[in-house]
Design a protein around this ligand. Structure first.
Ligand SMILES: CC(C)(COP(=O)(O)OP(=O)(O)OC[C@H]1O[C@@H](n2cnc3c(N)ncnc32)[C@H](O)[C@@H]1OP(=O)(O)O)[C@@H](O)C(=O)NCCC(=O)NCCS
Length: 260
């Protein structure tokens, strides 16, 4: 990597200032993550002539084969629109490819700030021009009127793998507010339940988040679990799209949403 170097703990203040130059809430959220043990790991500072101008990085979701997510990606507002973002993103994408990355995802909001306008529009433009394609748009995700756009990019040719469907005893075991959202919830789950999921079980979860003041619920499951969609739809969820080849080639992640 030419202009990227691994982020260290003593970079946190300047990196947070870079993020804060665009958005105070993102800066706070990012700082909380960086300050956790190992929180700067897999993050990179973009430097030109010794000056830190940007930050990017990635995370690797568990249970997936060579799947990556881009993490906080910012260029200091004073230095935007000079080609740094494109250079920084090209370098991190190349790094992930060399590390064996198969599929790369990124999430972006469509927030329109009353004063600064569509603050993520440049990012969306850049991602698309670098080869990402929109895979899912969750309307009213972060807040009412603020969508989450999930883009994906293949880094390797697709392998032709046959994934067999399976029946699972999915059981919900908790509800939680999704990070960075205002009252959007999800359910945690495991697949060792005593019996297959029924619409009534889903409704118990819906009632629990309603009691917490939830505005919407977003769920996702591996696409080969063949007995999950019916109870979700019966309980009022709608299909919200698919992240292609998310877990491995041929095994997608199906998303569902319910607006309360
Ligand atoms: C996204 C970001 C990293 C880009 O950095 P940058 O240094 O400005 O990037 P570049 O100068 O290489 O490229 C900017 C591109 O966006 C385009 N652009 C600028 N403002 C735009 C807008 N309002 N709408 C659409 N495109 C826009 C530029 O024309 C340029 O495209 P081009 O190379 O095809 O001409 C930077 O704008 C940023 O930090 N934004 C806020 C944070 C963010 O959105 N992060 C990603 C989501 S978490």
């Amino acid at each position: 990597m030419k202009n990227l170097r691994e982020m260290q703990e003593d970079d946190i203040d300047k990196v947070v200032a870079i993020i804060d130059s665009h958005d105070e809430d993102d800066a706070e959220e990012a700082e909380a993550g960086y300050r956790q043990i190992g929180g700067t790991y897999d993050n990179y500072v973009y430097e030109i002539n010794g000056e830190a101008l940007g930050v990017t990085g990635f995370s690797i979701p568990p249970g997936c084969e060579q799947t990556y997510w881009l993490s906080w990606t910012y260029i200091d507002e004073k230095h935007t629109n000079k080609g740094h973002g494109r250079k920084m993103l090209s370098e991190i994408i190349e790094h992930i490819k060399v590390a064996g990355g198969r599929k790369l995802f990124v999430k972006v909001s469509d927030y329109v700030d009353p004063e600064d306008g569509a603050i993520y529009a440049a990012a969306l433009h850049l991602y698309k021009s670098l080869g990402f394609k929109v895979e899912i748009t969750h309307k009213n995700f972060y807040d009412k009127g603020e969508a989450q756009i999930i883009l994906g990019m293949r880094l390797k040719d697709k392998e032709d793998l046959m994934i067999e469907d399976k029946i699972c005893n999915i059981q919900f075991d908790g509800v939680f507010e999704i990070a960075e959202t205002d009252n959007a919830y999800s359910f945690s789950w495991h697949d060792q339940g005593e019996y297959p999921l029924e619409a009534e079980d889903v409704k118990v979860g819906i009632d629990a988040v309603k009691a917490d003041g939830a505005r919407a619920v977003f769920l996702s499951f591996p696409s080969h679990i063949s007995n999950i969609e019916e109870p979700l739809l019966q309980a009022g969820f709608s299909s919200a799209g698919t992240l292609k080849d998310y877990y491995q080639d041929g095994l997608d992640e199906k998303h569902y949403s319910l607006y309360l």
